[in-house]
Design a protein around this ligand. Structure first.
Ligand SMILES: *[C@@H]1O[C@H](CO)[C@@H](O)[C@H](O)[C@H]1NC(C)=O
Ligand SMILES: *[C@@H]1O[C@H](CO)[C@@H](O)[C@H](O)[C@H]1NC(C)=O
Ligand SMILES: *[C@@H]1O[C@H](CO)[C@@H](O)[C@H](O)[C@H]1NC(C)=O
Ligand SMILES: *[C@@H]1O[C@H](CO)[C@@H](O)[C@H](O)[C@H]1NC(C)=O
Ligand SMILES: *[C@@H]1O[C@H](CO)[C@@H](O)[C@H](O)[C@H]1NC(C)=O
Ligand SMILES: *[C@@H]1O[C@H](CO)[C@@H](O)[C@H](O)[C@H]1NC(C)=O
Ligand SMILES: *[C@@H]1O[C@H](CO)[C@@H](O)[C@H](O)[C@H]1NC(C)=O
Ligand SMILES: *[C@@H]1O[C@H](CO)[C@@H](O)[C@H](O)[C@H]1NC(C)=O
Ligand SMILES: *[C@@H]1O[C@H](CO)[C@@H](O)[C@H](O)[C@H]1NC(C)=O
Ligand SMILES: *[C@@H]1O[C@H](CO)[C@@H](O)[C@H](O)[C@H]1NC(C)=O
Ligand SMILES: *[C@@H]1O[C@H](CO)[C@@H](O)[C@H](O)[C@H]1NC(C)=O
Ligand SMILES: *[C@@H]1O[C@H](CO)[C@@H](O)[C@H](O)[C@H]1NC(C)=O
Length: 811
């Protein structure tokens, strides 16, 4: 039966394209050089969407318009007066996008659940969900794990999540059969694994022999393909990204346009940060809106040697370079992350991969997806402030588009040229030590618009991570940019953003990015949880949630047309819009300082006291040395027998150090736990300490747990601060409830319960050096929040060690 299904699936995907439309010209992974027949202008100036996209929109717009009309009619049917829907459509339909966040397979599965909630093809989605909204969406974007979702559905004839679920199984190589990891795709079936690896090696060799640069990125993408297109020969090794132009569902505008994002490692550097240029990968083009390139090149001819957009040799136009797995691989390539850890074990692992998949091929960059020749060579559309390095370089080295922090692929949807009204965005980032989002990703996108590289972007205001925690913005969906009148200082008025953060409903969906195997039950549970995130638990948390999404869809048009705003929408916006309130505005958090200690009481009435026993100060208030002991009063322990967690050491949200304190003794003591410390994870901390760089201008790096090996007890951090001479006064010690307590008494002190003083509100920032000497005995664990600094979703080396283990297991 399952074989029959996979045979049928195979037939249907294979027949998507007529033979004449051809797939790879060589019928292999190797690109081919063909006559250009006088073709020129393969790379164009940015600043507008392509003519091909404009033509496609003419097909798609009527479809989305009808779908959104019917969605809005349905979700506003409970309004006292829903005539606004008619009024809006009389002036042209709203436009919507869906941004599928990264996060490895965690991201992919949760994104699929959210898509299922919006898809009228999901049974129950109309009754319990946002059914029909997906049909009204013009663009879907993916990055990293989110790109696994977007590519899978788009390149399988716009299949539905429901169809994938219906065929889902373990061990039969159906779509998303994650019962075995990409490091061992056959599991106990070693013949299968050997066959896959041999085919991948042959494919990479063939591309190399055809004269193209290859890397581990090619092998990585090809292996991933077996999980997305299992019915295609060799997981899609001959399937081109641009082939979607020929697929009926796309051609006729019956499905959204997919776009993925990858980042360019700047020439001479090892990896990409927040300011690295990003590339948009769309069905027609490979290009960048950003001022360092500002150009787009024809996707189908990627690999052709061009000078200012024209082929250098008229008989050498390249086809077949844009393999679907190579392109998706560029958006999801995590090898660079492993390779740049500076860890001997990982380095050795990479070199073994290299031997296995690249044989004796030498490569200029083993850990990125290399696009060479550079299609932007010789163009001059870039802005002088950015220099010409990306148009002069021979190779573009591409890595996971979430590097640098933007784990939600928002920027292609924010473009003014696309003129969207609303964007639905998931956030499955690995920001907190427990693998939940804390707002960092969306903050990165917000922040980047004020950098030179992001100056042509606009993104609505968002608050800091403390406010995300304090207001519970990662607990429920939140709308950003609700009022255009508030956005007038930005480059243009961006769409309203509906933010859907990962949280637990029916399943603990905080699974590591480096978990590569999921059983069928686990996959279904993740998808279900994603459905619940997008629907506020099947509309049980808020029976009007679908109406509220409808209001979000209508908002920009309503503002533009000056239409009366229904009272139901007014109420929705009070519930879901972030209105500018910051954690620091919350009066329920109090803090008092009496000179030797600071006591902070948080919203849920937990409190902690920081005592300063040594204080070195003087004329120069920039250095404070003190020792702390931190007392946490677990007010809710009696009820919940709970654990309180505090994050101290400051600046966690910016990629530095998080210290978790557990009130181990609550059960015995019932009300009070005195917490002492041990640097449990110091070895990892040391190994990775060079990673802690921050995004703010006034901060230096953090050296975490320097003395732990010797002392098992010391953490040193450097954090930025205002001039807060005591390190203990206002602003420094305000705690904030993270809003997630389920009987537990969570205290998130934002880097202050050890007395360090940062994020306070006064105006003159200085560098504040804080040294905390923690008592020697017990229950403190230092957890490194590396992820916030680079955001592929990895925290400590532990998870990577698991990969190493898996790797050596199969080698
Ligand atoms: C693609 O999907 C559409 C819509 O479900 C269907 O009509 C068509 O037959 C499919 N094409 C192939 C080749 O399976
Ligand atoms: C949500 O509704 C769907 C469809 O009825 C159902 O299958 C699912 O179990 C529900 N989930 C919860 C958590 O109620
Ligand atoms: C690479 O290895 C192959 C056999 O695996 C061999 O035929 C070839 O000569 C080698 N090339 C180089 C440059 O060593
Ligand atoms: C997932 O979250 C829960 C609750 O926050 C936590 O107890 C658990 O340790 C987390 N799991 C992982 C793998 O971090
Ligand atoms: C803004 O939001 C905060 C927190 O959700 C709320 O307490 C406050 O009343 C709101 N203010 C306005 C003016 O709506
Ligand atoms: C919009 O809101 C943000 C956040 O509250 C605020 O910083 C900004 O000044 C406001 N801008 C305008 C033009 O009202
Ligand atoms: C300051 O407060 C702490 C904690 O409440 C208390 O133990 C200490 O005695 C106080 N010190 C002074 C000087 O009042
Ligand atoms: C610093 O602490 C002293 C007591 O030790 C207090 O008198 C003074 O007001 C504090 N200064 C600031 C700026 O908080
Ligand atoms: C003041 O502190 C800064 C920062 O630690 C340091 O660079 C500087 O040398 C100090 N100046 C004096 C006079 O101690
Ligand atoms: C910091 O505050 C102290 C005391 O208020 C003041 O003397 C000093 O000039 C301030 N330093 C800076 C850099 O603002
Ligand atoms: C601390 O806050 C209190 C109350 O908000 C204020 O009266 C006091 O001046 C503040 N002290 C400092 C040093 O900012
Ligand atoms: C800290 O809390 C006090 C008392 O509520 C408040 O006056 C102060 O503004 C807060 N400071 C910050 C930086 O949040």
């Amino acid at each position: 039966m399952t074989q029959l299904q996979s045979l049928l699936a195979s037939v249907s995907v294979l027949s998507l394209l007529s033979v004449a439309d051809a797939w790879s010209p060589t019928n292999s992974y190797a690109p081919a050089k063909v006559e250009c027949n006088g073709k020129t202008g393969l790379t164009r100036e940015g600043g507008k969407i392509s003519d091909a996209e404009t033509s496609w929109l003419a097909k798609r717009d009527p479809v989305t318009s009808a779908a959104l009309k019917s969605f809005l009619d349905r979700v506003t049917s409970n309004f006292a007066d829903n005539s606004i829907v008619e009024q809006i459509f009389s002036q042209g339909a709203p436009k919507a996008g869906y941004a599928a966040c990264g996060g490895g397979y965690r991201g992919m599965l949760l994104d699929a659940g959210t898509a299922a909630a919006m898809d009228e093809r999901t049974p129950g989605a109309n009754e319990y969900g946002l059914g029909g909204l997906l049909q009204g969406i013009t663009y879907i974007t993916g990055v990293s794990g989110g790109a696994f979702y977007t590519s899978t559905v788009a390149y399988n004839n716009w299949t539905s999540v429901q169809d994938i679920i219906s065929q889902m199984n373990d061990g039969d190589h159906s779509i998303w059969d994650l019962s075995n990891s990409p490091l061992n795709p056959g599991g106990s079936d070693t013949d299968y694994t050997n066959q896959v690896f041999a085919d991948v090696q042959t494919a990479v060799q063939a591309k190399h022999d055809a004269g193209f640069k290859v890397s581990l990125g090619d092998a990585y993408g090809l292996i991933c393909g077996y999980y997305m297109y299992p019915s295609l020969p060799q997981g899609g090794a001959t399937y081109q990204w641009s082939d979607i132009q020929e697929v009926d569902a796309f051609k006729n505008g019956e499905m959204p346009m997919l776009m993925e994002v990858t980042a360019i490692v700047p020439p001479g550097e090892k990896t990409a940060g927040l300011d690295a240029t990003t590339i948009e990968l769309n069905p027609f083009e490979f290009g960048s809106w950003e001022p360092s390139i500002n150009a787009f090149s024809d996707m189908k001819y990627l690999g052709t040697e061009l000078s200012n957009g024209n082929p250098v040799n008229d008989d050498e136009c390249v086809l077949g370079f844009d393999n679907v797995n190579f392109i998706t691989g560029a958006s999801t390539d995590v090898i660079n992350y492993i390779a740049t850890q500076g860890n001997a074990v990982y380095t050795s692992m990479i070199s073994q991969f290299q031997t296995k998949f690249l044989g004796n091929i030498t490569t200029e960059s083993v850990d990125t997806n290399i696009v060479s020749p550079n299609p932007f060579k010789g163009t001059s559309y870039y802005s002088a402030s950015q220099g010409d390095s990306l148009v002069e370089t021979e190779n573009l080295r591409l890595v996971d588009g979430g590097y640098g922090g933007q784990v939600i692929p928002l920027t292609p949807l924010m473009r003014q040229e696309r003129n969207l009204d609303v964007v639905i965005a998931t956030d499955n980032s690995y920001d907190t030590p427990e693998i939940w989002p804390n707002g960092h990703s969306i903050i990165s996108t917000y922040t980047r618009q004020f950098h030179d590289i992001g100056k042509t972007d606009a993104f609505p205001y968002v608050p800091d991570t403390e406010t995300f925690a304090a207001l519970g913005l990662t607990e429920t969906p939140t709308f950003f940019g609700c009022d255009s009148s508030n956005l007038t200082d930005l480059a243009y008025i961006p769409p309203l953003v509906v933010y859907l953060p990962n949280r637990m409903y029916s399943y603990s969906s905080n699974i590591s990015t480096y978990t590569f195997t999921y059983t069928k039950e686990e996959r279904l549970a993740m998808i279900q949880n994603g459905f619940e995130i997008a629907t506020r638990n099947n509309m049980t948390d808020d029976s009007e949630f679908a109406s509220c999404i409808g209001c979000a869809v209508m908002r920009r048009k309503q503002e533009q047309l000056g239409l009366e705003w229904p009272s139901e929408c007014e109420q929705c916006f009070e519930r879901y819009c972030w209105n500018g309130t910051l954690a620091s505005d919350l009066t329920s958090i109090s803090s008092s300082t009496n000179g030797s200690s600071t006591t902070t009481t948080t919203q849920d009435d937990a409190s902690y006291t920081t005592e300063l026993t040594t204080l070195t100060s003087g004329e120069n208030f920039s250095t404070i040395h003190f020792e702390t002991s931190t007392t946490i009063t677990c007010h809710e322990c009696e009820e919940a027998q709970a654990t309180a967690t505090a994050e101290v050491c400051g600046e966690c949200e910016e990629g530095q150090v998080t210290t978790t304190i557990e009130c181990e003794e609550c059960e015995e003591a019932e009300t009070q736990a005195t917490v002492t410390a041990e640097c449990e994870e110091c070895e990892e901390a040391q190994a990775n300490s060079h990673h802690y760089t921050t995004t703010t201008s006034m901060t230096t790096t953090t050296e975490a747990c320097e003395e732990c090996e010797e002392a098992k007890a010391t953490a040193t951090s450097t954090s930025n601060s205002n001039n807060n001479s005591n390190g203990s006064s206002n602003g420094s010690s305000n705690g904030s409830s993270n809003g997630s307590s389920s009987g537990s008494s969570n205290v998130s002190s934002n880097g202050s319960s050890n007395g360090s003083s940062n994020k306070a509100s006064s105006s003159v920032p200085t560098i504040l050096q804080v040294t905390t000497a923690l008592p020697t005995s017990s229950a403190f664990s230092i957890v490194l929040n590396e992820n916030a600094g680079n955001n592929v979703g990895v925290t400590t080396g532990l998870t990577l060690l698991a990969i190493v283990g898996a790797f050596f297991g199969f080698m």
